[in-house]
Design a binder for this molecule. Structure first.
Ligand SMILES: [Cu+2]
Length: 235
């Protein structure tokens, strides 16, 4: 919601999902207020009065058509809005930068095309990213709450997740599929860096090295440290 208020979404998918969410919440609140107001009004209007004889009402085609028609249209519009958003999020852009992700009990492994391998996901910001998701063992689920995206990592199958981080920063990654005893320890982070910074890191020889500036900050307050991630999670 913070991103909504400040107008700075962490990723494109954040906006897509939030817009649908707001749409559904607004409709729900309007209906809630309308139903509650009608209920209170009817309590006073139709309370039992002395000497008053209630009369029976036997259906009304127009009324019934209205209360079937309007909710149906509302629900269909929610579906349409949600589905078009889902299609946008699932579409694989041609220029996507691919990273192979392997999940195992209980950690994530990010494998880059040039042989780099990390346990934190480093990506360039404002670039389409495609994660190819595979599991070494059981089912997991890769969840990035700030980007509003989550995809199951199914054993024996390759799944994918696409995103584009609009803002540089560090965001939580969690496992969202209960996968065993230390499932709750499967926190790591996605670090979105400016393209130039990412290129420097990506092209350094040491395959296991993490970006220098990330290592520096992780000592004090960065969310890359395990303790912060475990504390700050929402799974
Ligand atoms: Cu898991």
């Amino acid at each position: 919601m913070l991103a909504l208020l400040s107008g700075q979404a962490a990723a494109r998918s954040t906006d897509t999902v939030d817009n649908v969410m707001i749409y559904i919440v607004v409709i729900s609140v309007i209906l809630l207020l309308g139903v509650t107001a009608a209920m209170v009004y009817f309590v006073f209007k139709y309370h039992r009065k002395k000497g008053h004889k209630p009369k029976d009402i036997h259906g009304s085609v127009i009324l019934e058509a209205i209360w079937i028609g309007i909710p149906t249209l509302l629900v269909l519009s929610m579906f349409y809005y949600g589905y078009t958003g889902y299609k946008t999020i699932r579409a694989i852009p041609d220029d996507a930068f691919e990273i192979n992700v392997k999940a195992r009990m209980w950690e994530w492994e990010f494998n880059y095309e040039n042989g780099k391998k990390t346990d934190t996901l480093f990506v360039p910001a404002k670039q389409n990213i495609k994660l190819n998701l595979e599991s070494y063992d059981v089912n997991h689920s890769l969840y990035i709450p700030a980007f509003r995206i989550k995809e199951d990592v199914i054993a024996g199958r390759i799944n994918y997740l696409v995103f584009n981080a609009e803002q540089t920063g560090t965001y939580d990654i969690a496992c969202a599929e209960y996968c065993g005893l230390n499932h709750s320890m499967m926190y790591t982070a996605v670090v979105a860096m400016p393209q130039s910074e990412f290129d420097v890191w990506y092209n350094t020889k040491d395959v296991s090295a993490e970006p220098e500036n990330i290592e520096d900050t992780s000592a004090d307050s960065s969310a890359v440290t395990d303790s912060t991630l475990i504390g700050g999670g929402n799974q």
